[in-house]
Structures are given as structure tokens and as C-alpha cells.
Design a protein around this ligand. Structure first.
Ligand code: SF4
Length: 237
């Protein structure tokens, strides 16, 4: 019998539920962007049942670090931006994404953090222009004290632990693992990509059908392939 991948940790709570639901949704032909959208909504619902974080729209201290995204998240976000921005705003965003991706090329996530490279989706008022469709990592990341986030932004080399809610972190982490495992169990384990570089590729044209057909359409933005992620999540497995 073939063993299906389980990515380490405790297989409980929302994780097996998400895994089975994502597995079933793929079987029914649901588009990856729609699956990511529904997982994002479920993550927000979970977060709303935990201690309220200090994070608010317009507080973008944490939006100067690497965000790793999967293909379904990229397609959900690029679809949303194409639907909500006009042509000029899309062109300006596309130019910013390209410039940010170039600035980030070759940087480790630590170097990205130290250089405080700003996400191209952050507007002048420190708001996210793709907030409703932001990646899962952006939804999951939170802080119980925005002043600590500001201090980290002011001095990124300082080793400071941002205070977080353990229940929120555990449950949202479990949900994301279940999402990943649902894909892995359909023989489509997910790679990750740097957000700005992936979005620069996916914004102008809908790449989702080609990704579904097996093309490596986001390849130039890849940060980790699926096998590497499985090793990271399941050391010694
Ligand atoms: S996508 Fe939005 S929430 Fe995420 S880092 Fe960029 S600006 Fe911040």
C-alpha cells in the first residue's frame, strides 16, 4: 500500500478536515484559486475565534519580509487584483512587482528582512491593495503588540520575539498543513514561490489553466520545491 505524505506534527483538529475537503474539491474540478480563496476564508474564521491580535489594516510593519506562496494562492490573488484594479493601477503594480522581484533576486529571507524590502502590494498608507485575497501566510502572521513589530521594523537585526497567540498559530498552521496535504494526496504537492516574483508572472495573464495542465509557469519565482518542503516539514521522515 502506498503511504501518502503527512507533513509532520500532530494530525488533529482542522488539519485532517481541510485535507479531506481539499482532496475532494480537487476531485470535483474546483479551480485552485477558488480552493485557496475558501481556505483563506476558513483561516479568517478561525482567527476570529481566537484572541484578537493587534494587527489592523494599514499596519504594515511586517510587510517587509519574505512571503512564500503556493500556486493556488498566487492565482487567487492575481484574479482578485485583475478584477478590482483598473488598467493604470494594474500597470503600475506590475512595474512595482518587477522592480521588487529584481531587488529580491538572490537574497535569502534573512537578507530580505534585514534590507526591509517592501512588498509591492503595500500602498502609501501602509495598506495591502490585495487584502481580501492576501496569501495564507499574511493571514496567519499576527502580533499581540504592534509596537514590537514597529521596533523590529526600525531595527531588523534585533532578535526580538513578536508576541503571538498560541491557539491562533496552532490552528491556522494545522489548516495550512491540511491544505498542502490535500494537494499532495492528489499527486500535486505544492512548491512555494516568492510572492512578488510569482505575482509579476501571473498578473498580466491568467496562468491557472496552464498550471493545471502541468506547466511549470511560476518556475522562475520558486523558493522551495515540494520535495524540499516535505523534508523541511518532516525531518527524519
Ligand atoms: S500581500 Fe499584503 S499583507 Fe501580504 S506582505 Fe504584501 S502587503 Fe503585506
Amino acid at each position: 500500500m502506498k503511504l501518502l505524505p503527512i507533513y509532520g506534527g500532530i494530525d488533529a483538529g482542522v488539519r485532517p478536515v481541510a485535507r479531506e475537503q481539499v482532496h475532494a474539491a480537487i476531485g470535483l474540478g474546483m479551480r485552485p484559486s477558488e480552493i485557496a480563496r475558501q481556505i483563506g476564508r476558513a483561516l479568517d474564521d478561525l482567527a476570529a475565534r481566537c484572541a484578537p491580535p493587534a494587527c489592523t489594516r494599514g499596519c504594515g510593519w511586517c510587510c517587509h519580509q519574505r512571503v512564500d506562496v503556493t500556486a493556488p494562492e498566487v492565482f487567487a490573488l492575481s484574479n482578485h487584483l485583475r478584477e478590482t484594479l483598473d488598467r493604470d493601477a494594474l500597470a503600475a503594480l506590475h512595474a512595482r512587482l518587477g522592480a521588487t522581484a529584481s531587488a529580491l533576486a538572490g537574497l535569502t529571507s534573512r537578507e530580505h528582512h534585514l534590507q526591509r524590502v517592501r512588498c509591492a502590494l503595500l500602498d502609501d498608507a501602509m495598506g495591502c491593495i490585495g487584502y481580501e485575497a492576501r496569501p495564507l501566510g499574511c493571514r496567519r502572521g499576527h502580533s499581540l503588540d504592534a509596537e514590537v513589530c514597529r521596533a523590529v521594523y526600525d531595527e531588523p537585526s534585533r532578535a526580538v520575539q513578536v508576541p503571538a497567540d498560541a491557539t491562533l498559530s496552532w490552528n491556522t498552521g494545522a489548516l495550512i498543513l491540511g491544505f498542502r496535504e490535500g494537494y499532495a494526496h492528489r499527486e500535486r504537492a505544492l512548491d512555494t514561490y516568492e510572492l512578488n516574483a510569482a505575482l509579476a508572472l501571473a498578473l498580466a495573464v491568467d496562468l491557472e489553466p496552464r498550471w493545471l495542465a502541468g506547466e511549470d509557469v511560476l518556475g522562475p519565482a520558486r523558493t522551495h520545491d515540494a520535495a524540499e518542503i516535505a523534508r523541511l516539514l518532516n525531518p527524519g521522515g
